[in-house]
Structures are given as C-alpha cells and as structure tokens.
Design a protein around this ligand. Structure first.
Ligand code: NDP
Ligand code: OXD
Length: 309
C-alpha cells in the first residue's frame, strides 16, 4: 500500500516515520513528498501543514491521516476528498508530553517560580505561601484532556472538566454549556484550554470568561491560537484576572517578532511545543490504521467531519 508522507520542513521526522512504517509492515510503501511517484498508486496520505489542494492530486486516495491530534488544517482544505475517512494520530508521546507541559505550567504559577527567579536576581530570601487546595478547569476532556487530568490528580490537584456532552470522563466530573463554563471558571485557580478548533470553540477565551476568573489565576492555552481573543487577554491581565497566561499556540505561527505577547511581563510564550508527535509512536498507530483500513475494521481516532473533531 503506497502512503505519501507530507511533512513540509520536517524531513527527519518524515524519514524516521517512513523507516518505522517499513519495519512494522513490509506491505507499506512510504514515499516522502514531494517524491510521491505515480499519483494513481497512492492510497493514503499522512499530512501536517500540507499545501492546500495537494490531496486532489491523488485520485485513488482511501484514507487521510493527520500527523498530530488537530485536524482543522485538513478540514479547512477544500481539496480534502469527501466521503473518505480522516483520522488523527494520538500516540503515547503526545499524551505524556502534554501532561508534562500543563503540570509544569500550573505548578510554576502556583509555587511562584517566576517571583523566586526575581528574588534570586536581587539576592532576596522571601518564602511565599501557597494554598493546599488548587482547582484546575480543563476545557476539553478528550484524549489529551484526560491524560492531563490524570497527571494533575497525581500531583494532588483537583480537576474539573468542561466538554460538549457533559457527564464524566475518567472519573472527572464534566459540565457543558456556556453558563457551566463561566460558573466553573469562576471557581478555578487555573483554566486550561485543550479544545479542538471548531466553529463553536473559536474565540472561546474571551472577556466574558476572563471577567469571571479569579484574581491571581492562570490561563494556559494549548488548544489553538484562534481560541483566544488576544486584546481581551491583554486587558484582563491588566486587571490580574488572570494574573498570568502561558500560551503555546497563536493565530499566526511563528508569532510575529513585533507581537505584544513577546514582551508582556505576564505572558509566557512557547513555540507550539506543548506536545510533539513522536514519529516512532506515530508509526505504530498509523500502521495499525492502515491495517484496519485494509481489513475493513473500525479505524482508531476517526474524525467526525460534521462535528469538526
Ligand atoms: P479530542 O477530540 O480527543 O477531544 C476534544 C474535547 O473537546 C472533547 O472532550 C470534546 O467534548 C471537547 N469539545 C469539542 N467541541 C466542544 C464544544 N463546542 N464545547 C465544549 N467542548 C467541546 O481532542 P484531543 O484531546 O486529542 O486534542 C485536543 C486539541 O489539542 C487538538 O484539537 C489540538 O488543537 C490541541 N493540541 C495541541 C498541541 C500542542 O502542542 N499545543 C498538541 C496536540 C493537540 P466531548 O468529550 O463531549 O466530545
Ligand atoms: C497537534 C499539535 O494537534 O501538534 O498534534 O498541535
């Protein structure tokens, strides 16, 4: 089965993925774009930030796989063939990486690391208190949200969830709807966005949400840049609600050099690295999905195109 790997700017990840796919299953023939060979032979494409329209070049495509958890880049492409399955790749490294990032962001804020760095520069011995109880509200309780929730609970923190369908996920109580979001945010010490970007979730981190957040609280956005209304955040930081924002994703990436977030004293910027797909772990999941495609079994992490995630 011919699979084209389209990872522009990530040649070494593409090579590693191709080698691992071949090692797992000799019937898989990976080709690294732009060397795709005869387009008629291509049955599957693994893509991340592919050139829009590219998928139209493969008339016999049976499966499109995102080389990551997000799929808005593929859903936004009018060249995505209708009627064929789209799957995400959520591998163990992505789950543990996200859990580590969020626990670290929450812990550094709660335990005043930033202030201690300043104290150290001034040779100032200044112990600060911290509350034992600390509640983190997770927006999005999917594959990544549940992994983060487990790690936060293991660190002794309380976790509440907010999702589309309500109920509970892995023992974490979840609520849904706008009123529940504002109510939960008003009681949380940290709000973490781990939502997919859809028409319903765009601009969800806005002045209404910040308006109810606790003084001194933390915002972490690891979902997508378009979840955040940037000017609303800058105003809200001026009111100390939230007191700090850790941002990993941005409307425009790379974040332009003159963007005010870079120099804002209450914003920590990281360059979309909260969780990185490990090509080795991805190869296992991708090979399994290709096997399932061939045998007509249910695919892993299949996207519901209507729902948008
Ligand atoms: P999943 O599809 O597994 O989970 C999505 C969650 O969001 C579900 O809990 C879902 O609710 C909830 N949700 C979706 N729409 C709404 C809505 N309108 N209102 C409330 N809740 C909603 O996604 P993952 O956990 O795998 O990934 C989440 C996102 O994380 C990705 O889409 C990507 O944007 C981002 N990401 C960022 C990375 C980074 O490095 N910064 C790395 C990887 C991913 P329900 O459970 O009810 O269906
Ligand atoms: C992803 C990402 O969605 O890296 O996997 O953001």
């Amino acid at each position: 089965m011919v699979v084209v790997i389209v990872l522009p700017g990530r040649r070494s990840d593409a090579r590693r993925l191709a080698d691992d796919l071949r090692a797992i299953d000799v019937s898989i023939e990976p080709r690294i774009w732009p060397e795709a060979g005869d387009p008629e032979e291509v049955e599957a494409v693994v893509a991340w930030k592919h050139p829009p329209g590219l998928l139209r070049e493969f008339p016999r495509l049976r499966l499109v796989l995102s080389f990551g958890a997000g799929v808005e880049h593929l859903l936004a492409d009018p060249g995505l063939p209708p009627g064929i399955p789209l799957v995400r790749t959520v591998e163990p490294g992505l789950l543990s990486g996200m859990a580590e990032y969020v626990v670290s962001a929450v812990a550094q804020h709660r335990r005043h690391w930033e202030a201690y760095r300043e104290d150290q520069r001034a040779a100032r011995w200044n112990p600060r208190n911290y509350e034992l109880s600390h509640t983190v509200l997770l927006l999005g309780m999917g594959r990544l949200g549940r992994s983060v929730a487990r790690a936060l609970k293991a660190a002794g923190l309380s976790v509440e969830g907010w999702n589309r369908t309500g109920g509970s996920a892995d023992g974490v109580p979840c609520r849904s709807g706008r009123d529940a979001l504002l109510d939960a945010a008003s009681r949380a010490d940290a709000v973490v966005c781990l939502l997919p970007l859809t028409g319903e979730t765009e601009n969800i981190l806005d002045r209404d949400l910040f308006g109810v957040m606790k003084e001194g609280s933390l915002l972490v956005n690891v979902g997508r840049g378009a979840h955040l209304v940037e000017n609303d955040l800058i105003e809200a930081l001026g009111r100390n609600r939230p007191a700090h924002a850790v941002l990993d994703v941005f409307r425009k990436e790379p974040l332009p050099g003159d963007h005010p977030f870079w120099s804002h004293p209450s914003i920590t910027v990281t360059p979309h690295v909260a969780a990185l797909t490990d090509p080795g772990g991805a190869a296992e999941r991708i090979a399994e999905n290709l096997r399932r495609l061939r045998s007509g079994e249910e695919l892993l992490d299949r996207v519901d195109r209507e729902r948008g995630y």
